[in-house]
Design a protein around this ligand. Structure first.
Ligand SMILES: [Zn+2]
Length: 165
């Protein structure tokens, strides 16, 4: 199902898959790419302004975990591991919640959501994830917080610039 996306410069485009548009460079995520390899692409969705949040997407269009090639499997876990390491090392993130569903309108992508104190108000189970994201989108969309989030993107990008498998 095609959807219409508004680009940063005001133009609108129709895309079949938002992940393809992002990983293929048609859409520039706000804050830019965090790390990019031949097979994967990581960015932050600033619509959910949470410092250190990372979305790691494959470049190839598929949905299931069982569809990863051997090369993708290796690169995926190495990337998740390294991004996680940098979140801890450079941003002091103690815990991360991981989220990925296969029946999505976008293709294969993993959410890496850092866990902060304020999130405990929404519980600690998987059910807390949606209220946490909505709270971030509706309540944390301040100029100051956005600045903080953009800075975290910069820090992660710098920390991951020499990433090699
Ligand atoms: Zn796609």
């Amino acid at each position: 199902m095609a959807r219409t996306i508004q680009l940063a410069d005001g133009r609108t485009v129709e895309v079949e898959c938002l992940s393809c548009a992002l990983t293929g460079g048609l859409i520039q995520p706000t804050g830019g790419v965090i790390v990019e390899t031949d097979l994967f692409h990581a960015h932050q969705d600033v619509a959910y302004p949470i410092r250190g949040l990372v979305i790691l997407a494959s470049k190839r269009h598929f949905y299931g975990m069982d569809e990863l090639t051997q090369q993708e499997q290796a690169e995926f876990i190495w990337l998740v591991h390294t991004i996680r390491q940098k979140q801890r090392e450079l941003l002091g993130i103690e815990h991360v919640y991981y989220f990925y569903n296969e029946d999505t309108t976008h293709h294969f992508h993993l959410w890496m959501v850092p866990r902060y104190e304020w999130m405990n108000a929404f519980g600690r189970s998987v059910e807390s994830l949606r209220p946490v994201l909505l709270h971030a989108r509706n309540e944390l969309n301040t100029e100051e917080n956005l600045k903080d989030v953009l800075e975290s993107i910069e820090i992660l990008r710098e920390g991951l610039k020499d990433f090699k498998r």
